[in-house]
Unconditional design. Structure first.
Length: 261
């Protein structure tokens, strides 16, 4: 009986040790998703790619204005705490798409924060967040149309390729800024957008002009409403269109609610 009791206790101890070891192997530490900065990317283009608010990225990564970043830098795409309003703002976070072999215009990545030893910062000429806007933003329903043509695809937040509107036209026709602001991205580093211009209008609103044949403005440039910023090109299906989007606090909104009727 003594021998049997000892065997039972030994078995229980062994089971407990195995359970603890198993638990130690399955326990995980929360780690937010990240994006590795590539050449010519900006904080704004990364935020656009993942449907995030650039101000959230700035806060999560301790990157102050003018938001200089460097190739190879890891950008956290979610609140390090994983709770509260920050987590709610990432509800539309998309999985990263496969990177392209060629990105942007060959310019160094812009806009900084805590990073490894790196070359000198190349900050843009964009004013700090506290600066007063140089041109008042029109109210919804009063923004200028970015180009002439018929809307051939409407906004649908449930469809990845319908987060704005497609306006049909002819290749080479002018693409204009829908409202005044600063160019915060000009390049071709965001998958499925082709040659793209992103304009920041104020702390909340950004607009984007995709699938251009030629980009006529560079990052940091201040543009006026109606100013020609690009030439219309073709999309991935060879259609002569402008794909136009508006984001409010990082989230896509229906551009037809903002453009003049």
């Amino acid at each position: 009986m003594l021998h049997e009791g000892w065997s039972m206790r030994s078995a229980l101890v062994t089971f407990g040790v195995c359970l603890l070891v198993a638990c130690s192997h399955t326990a995980t530490v929360y780690s937010p998703p990240t994006h590795k900065v590539r050449k010519s990317e900006t904080l704004y283009s990364i935020a656009w790619r993942y449907q995030l608010n650039y101000r959230d990225l700035s806060r999560w990564n301790s990157i102050p204005s003018p938001y200089t970043i460097y190739p190879g830098q890891q950008i956290v795409l979610e609140s390090p705490h994983g709770t509260g309003t920050d987590k709610e703002s990432t509800s539309l976070l998309r999985l990263p798409q496969q990177p392209q072999s060629q990105t942007g215009t060959g310019q160094p990545a812009r806009q900084t924060g805590a990073q490894p030893a790196a070359p000198k910062s190349t900050a843009t000429s964009e004013p700090k967040e506290s600066a007063a806007p140089t041109e008042s933003l029109p109210s919804p329903g009063k923004w200028r149309w970015p180009t002439n043509g018929k809307v051939v695809k409407h906004f649908d937040s449930r469809q990845k390729r319908s987060l704005g509107v497609d306006v049909a036209g002819r290749e080479g026709q002018p693409v204009r800024a829908t409202a005044g602001g600063h160019v915060v991205y000009s390049g071709s580093g965001i998958p499925s957008y082709g040659r793209l211009v992103i304009v920041k209008h104020d702390a909340a609103y950004l607009s984007a002009y995709a699938h251009n044949r030629k980009l006529l403005v560079s990052e940091g440039l201040q543009v006026r409403a109606g100013q020609v910023i690009a030439e219309m090109g073709r999309d991935d299906d060879n259609h002569q269109i402008l794909h136009f989007e508006i984001r409010k606090n990082g989230k896509p909104v229906d551009p037809l609610r903002y453009l003049t009727k």
